[in-house]
Design a protein around this ligand. Structure first.
Ligand code: AKG
Length: 263
């Protein structure tokens, strides 16, 4: 399957421009043969957290219509990164996923808020999982800082996910953590990891380096340090073979862990 990864240069608080740029990349990806497209985290507003009252997408309505229409028109699956949403009087960092029929198959709000960027002061954490299928691809999706919580990704893998999508705004100074954590999550869960980071304008500090990693841990693609649309061919059918090579799932000892893991 051809995966289109959109390493968007997200404009800080520039909502209209961000939708326009996202649309033009999605259309280009489809015209270049992508069958599944992935966007980065909070691509509608960037980290304009103080302005969420005026900028966040009310109940995600705009984003849902945007993704649904493009998925259906272009006949592509879209893992819609995440957007800032307003739900009631609260704000969330929400990921919507549409299949190529234009059906909403996944809706998830970031479960672990990143205090270093003050997310906890502005956003509410979601508390549901994000498991979905895109055609016959069993998948899950988490957002950025969530990858520091291996048990959260494991929960998705145990629930059947064979591909984990990770939209992110991961800052340059910790890009080595990004790469190592993503590779570890792929190896330990014997899953594909498809992780799309953003690029920044001058005031912020995000240098892309999105990644696609296969379940044995081999890095199939690393994004540039600039805005980029990459189309990468991926064979998802190898997951079962890798899981058979080292039977980690059969060798787990959940009773042991439950007896010793502290809250
Ligand atoms: O965990 C990190 O170092 C980065 C996380 C982050 O930037 C985020 O979740 O937005």
């Amino acid at each position: 399957m051809k995966i289109g990864c959109i390493q968007l240069n997200v404009g800080f608080g520039k909502v209209e421009e961000n939708y326009e740029r996202a649309e033009s990349f999605i259309r280009e990806a489809a015209s270049r043969g992508a069958e599944l497209i992935v966007l980065p985290e909070m691509w509608n507003t960037g980290y304009a957290l103080e302005k969420l009252g005026e900028l966040a997408d009310e109940n995600g309505e705009r984003t849902k219509a945007f993704l649904k229409n493009l998925a259906r028109e272009l006949n592509i699956h879209i893992v819609g990164g995440s957007v800032a949403t307003k739900q009631g009087d609260k704000f969330f960092n929400t990921m919507y996923t549409y299949n190529r029929e234009g059906e909403l198959v996944g809706e998830y709000s970031k479960a672990h808020l990143f205090r270093l960027m003050n997310e906890d002061q502005y956003l509410e954490a979601g508390d549901g999982m994000n498991r979905f299928a895109l055609g016959d691809i069993e998948a899950g999706g988490v957002i950025c800082y969530d990858i520091r919580f291996p048990e959260w990704l494991r929960a998705h893998a145990l629930d059947g996910a064979k591909v984990l999508f990770v939209p992110a705004q991961w800052p340059t100074p910790r890009i080595d953590h990004w790469k190592t954590l993503l590779q570890a999550r792929a190896i330990e869960n014997q899953c594909f990891v498809i992780a799309v980071n953003r690029i920044s304008r001058k005031v912020e500090n995000f240098n892309g380096q999105s990644m696609i990693i296969e379940p044995w841990g081999e890095v199939l693609w690393t994004g540039a340090e600039d805005e980029e649309l990459a189309i990468i061919d991926v064979d998802f059918s190898i997951v079962d073979e890798v899981r058979g090579r080292i039977p980690v799932y059969d060798d787990r000892r959940p009773n042991l862990y439950a007896s010793v893991v502290k809250e």
